[in-house]
Design a protein around this ligand. Structure first.
Ligand code: ATP
Length: 252
């Protein structure tokens, strides 16, 4: 079954007068790992919000698992890790286990109690991201990279088929970033997860992802990383304008 996990057709979106997405079209198939790049303000987060069903397209359509997004009730089939995970209230007294368990609330409903099988799922998700020895530690007492893995575990605990990550490595050091990409590769290759990663880090594209999309209002490229590498200069000049320097900057 070659189901399109994400299908974006003739998508247009504007905030008030400002057009942010202009006729965007692409699909992500089951098992693909798509890296979405584009300069600051190019509409990446807006596109993600349309995929999540948080913003309604002005025109066009987003389908998830074959159904229009507003009806799809993607629910637990989709996991999401936002940029804001990094600014989570870390003074909040919750352990890794509790943070990860909160990823099940959508399924459980707020008032149903966690059963042993639910705690088993929590432990499995914590194991997948390599945080077993930290499961009872307060989330505020982990490193930035470990916190980020805890948020991935929270997204994984409901066993999604699609994981969307928006700029997850902003403010995380190089070593943790490296480990983070290894974790994504593992989830992709060994667990068959479909991944959409929004990133500023063009350097990771050739190494980790198997599809690249380059957005700046319009889609300037969608295809495999080899083709992207061959045409990189041309694509980036068109999509980023002349200030190509911007691509190697991490903004904090
Ligand atoms: N809620 C909003 N209301 C009005 N304009 C907005 C809103 N959110 C974003 N914008 C504008 O829409 C454009 C696209 O923003 P978006 O956050 O989608 O870009 P992005 O590619 O994710 O940016 P970055 O890489 O800097 O995070 C920007 O010009 C931004 O200022």
């Amino acid at each position: 079954m070659n189901e399109h996990v994400i299908e974006i057709r003739d998508l247009h979106f504007s905030y008030e007068e400002q057009k942010v997405l202009d006729d965007v079209n692409f699909v992500v198939d089951r098992g693909q790992f798509l890296g979405l790049v584009g300069p600051n303000g190019s509409g990446k987060s807006t596109l993600v919000k349309c995929i999540l069903g948080l913003l309604k397209p002005e025109q066009g359509e987003v389908r998830l698992f074959g159904e229009p997004v507003r009806y799809s009730r993607a629910g637990s089939r989709l996991g999401y890790v936002s940029q804001k995970a990094n600014s989570f209230n870390l003074g909040f007294p919750a352990t890794v286990k509790e943070v990860v368990a909160s990823g099940l609330y959508g399924q459980l409903g707020l008032f149903r109690r966690m059963k042993q099988t639910d705690w088993d799922k929590v432990d499995q998700a914590i194991g997948k991201v390599g945080l077993t020895e930290y499961r009872d530690r307060n989330i505020g007492k982990l490193s930035g990279g470990q916190q980020q893995r805890a948020f991935i575990a929270r997204a994984l605990v409901a066993d999604p088929e699609l994981l969307i990550l928006d700029e997850p490595t902003v403010g995380v050091d190089v070593k943790s970033t490296e480990q983070f990409y290894q974790l994504l590769t593992e989830l992709h290759r060994h667990h068959g997860l479909t991944l959409l990663l929004v990133t500023h880090d063009i350097g990771v594209l050739s190494t980790y992802v198997d599809q690249v999309a380059c957005l700046n209002k319009r889609l300037f490229f969608h295809g495999d990383p080899d083709e992207f590498a061959e045409r990189e200069q041309e694509i980036l000049t068109r999509a980023y304008g002349h200030d190509i320097q911007i691509v190697s900057h991490h903004h904090h």
